[in-house]
Design a protein around this ligand. Structure first.
Ligand SMILES: *Cc1c(COP(=O)(O)O)cnc(C)c1O
Length: 361
């Protein structure tokens, strides 16, 4: 198949804006008249620093990040932050965790190595099909921070509100960063593995309140210390140069579309019609409960695993690819990140309607 025959619904790594890929392609062998690829130049060169500063400045503008917060561009993926967060913030004490899916469960498990974890709420009893209300959250008076995962990529649920907590607010926004407006000033720390909504795999964005830096446990590796990374401008060692370049190009695209506000409108334009259809469908059912549903990852299923498999296969033959659900949930999942055009969501919906007409007995 050719690229223009395919809509890629992969959960991550996932679809990137075509304009970003095309610019990268055009600049691949000779980056801005240097005669070298951006992959071949020093991370200490003025040329690369320009790319770094540009990406960082765009992210600051797009997310309206206040001066109190530093934007770090790091390696290690979101999973490294599962450890880095408690190492830097727990101070040998306690932290509150909301467990609403597999990534928050993993983060809580990792944090136990560095302090004591208090589960502020868990939705495991109903298979993580919903997001708790503010009133359900139980905070420990000693907690140094409250941790939650804004969008549960695997289960297809998303916090529709920003929780308030008595301690620093920490959020994993790997799969919904830049898709909706967020008041960064309310957060102690926001982080995201870049490969869902921003860039190729290999880059992690950490937005941290500078007032929280410098509290790390003595065992914290330098590379994971927010204080060190703030002091070195994320350049303690070689950063993921290529991914930072791709981030810059993706953010160009986001700005040209109209910024995060435009992304917010797009997420509704893509997902609302699919949820509306699912709620009236005689064949498909949505996994997540209304009020808790993700705009980025729609989880759903047919009545049987066999029919799910048939759906995935037939969809792929039409160029609608990567619709199989995660192994822990089974079923189906359509990931509709920022770079997924509304036409892609419509093509999926048209196919779902056709599939329903054919299989509803
Ligand atoms: C994908 C994902 C992760 C894991 O990211 P890695 O970069 O692979 O470590 C963590 N949290 C969320 C919400 C994710 O979607």
């Amino acid at each position: 198949m050719t690229r223009d025959q395919v809509y890629n619904f992969a959960a991550g790594p996932s679809v990137l804006p075509e304009s970003a890929l095309k610019t990268a392609q055009a600049e691949l062998l000779n980056f801005r008249g240097s005669g070298m690829s951006v992959m071949e130049i020093s991370h200490r060169s003025a040329l690369f620093q320009e790319v770094f500063d540009s990406a960082q400045a765009k992210l600051r503008r797009l997310m309206n990040v206040p001066d109190t917060h530093e934007i770090l561009l790091l390696q290690g993926g979101a999973t490294t932050q599962f450890a880095a967060i408690p190492m830097n913030l727990i101070e040998g004490g306690c932290a509150d965790y909301a467990v609403t899916g597999n990534f928050s469960a993993k983060a809580a498990e990792e944090a136990e190595k560095y302090g004591s974890v208090h589960i502020a709420c868990s939705t495991a009893d109903t298979g993580h099909d919903r997001i708790p209300t503010q009133a359900e959250l139980r905070f420990s008076p000693e907690a140094k921070y409250f941790y939650y995962c804004a969008n549960n990529t695997v289960y297809g649920t998303e916090w529709q509100y920003t929780p308030s907590a008595p301690s620093a607010l920490v959020s994993d926004m790997s799969s919904d960063i830049l898709s909706r407006e967020v008041d960064v000033s309310k957060f102690g720390l926001i982080y995201a593995g870049a490969q869902k909504n921003m860039s190729p795999a290999g880059l992690t964005v950490v937005i941290v309140d500078k007032a929280l830096a410098g509290r790390e446990l003595p065992c914290t590796p330098k590379i994971l210390s927010y204080k060190t990374m703030i002091e070195t401008g994320s350049l303690l060692n070689t950063p993921p140069c290529w991914c930072i370049y791709m981030l810059d190009l993706t953010l160009d695209w986001v700005e040209k579309q109209g910024g995060v506000k435009a992304m917010d409108e797009l997420r509704h334009a893509r997902a609302d019609r699919i949820y509306d259809f699912l709620d009236g469908s005689r064949l498909f059912t949505a996994r997540a409960l209304p009020g808790s549903r993700s705009y980025m990852n729609i989880t759903f299923r047919t009545p049987s695993a066999e029919l799910d498999a048939e759906f995935v296969k037939e969809a792929a033959s039409r160029g609608l690819v990567n619709l199989k659900g995660h192994k822990v949930t089974g079923g189906l999942r359509a990931s509709l990140y920022n770079a997924m055009p509304v036409e892609g969501a419509q093509a999926l919906l048209d196919f779902m309607k056709e599939f329903e007409a054919k299989h509803h007995g």
